[in-house]
Ligand binder design. Sequence first.
Ligand code: MG
Length: 298
Amino acid sequence: MSYFEVVNPLFGRYVLGNAPVKQIATGFDWVEGPVWFGDAGCLLFSDIPNNRILRWSPGAGVSTFRQPSNFANGNTRDRQGRLVTCEHGTRRVTRTELDGSVTIVADRYRGRRLNSPNDVVVKSDGSIWFSDPHYGIMTDYEGFLAEQELPCHVYRVDPSGEIEVALADFNCPNGLAFSPDETRLYVADTGRMFGSDPQHIRVFNVASSGALSGGEVFHTISPGCADGFRMDSDGNMWSSAADGVHCISPDGHLIGKVLVPELVSNLCFGGHAKHQLFMTATTSVYSITLNRRGAQNP
Ligand code: MG
């Protein structure tokens, strides 16, 4: 069987013909938010409906990292290596310090509670950028049914802890990532997940001050949506899709797919050379080794 679909011959340079898509863990309900800890040699990921963050290590398999996790969703690491987590249940973003204590990064904007932070990235200047759609307060399945107090924005928290709205013209902001040189910010709108448009990835220019401009449509994933994505060292985007992971060139074109047997939610690069793609997909976690490394920013 083939693990790939080649759309543009360029894709051939990014994959290895003899590297399989492997299911490395299964038995979950809806997994999300993978993040690789190279120094600990493990992957963390959220099993949202089961209210836990799990740890997977080669050889050791799966163990519990945090339970309850406050219905954690997206995870990443900052430049000090600290875990940064989006929590639906507590409607906040947290940072796990190196001593294990948990610091609240953001839980309110102008006195009102956030909706349910979904995905998060950290820029090299230490600012924390996260999406805040309302998915986690729409049901009691991945959080707690609750009133929405704020529109669905993308927020930026600067290293002093000050929070500001970075992007206000989204229906349901979801996956987000910076280009390797941080001159571009990609943000998905997944409004169609619950029946309303729009459904696409937009791209913004990032000034050295952090100011954003532009915002045109970069790509529309089909089938499925860009729940989560990460960049490789060449600036290609690897995005979740209904049939696997799609590789999108820096000019916005689909060049190939990694085919995965379950609906993919999110992904990250990891492994000893950061050339392994870990994909959270519904009930399971899959991996494949690529012929390209992930971007420096996690
Ligand atoms: Mg997401």
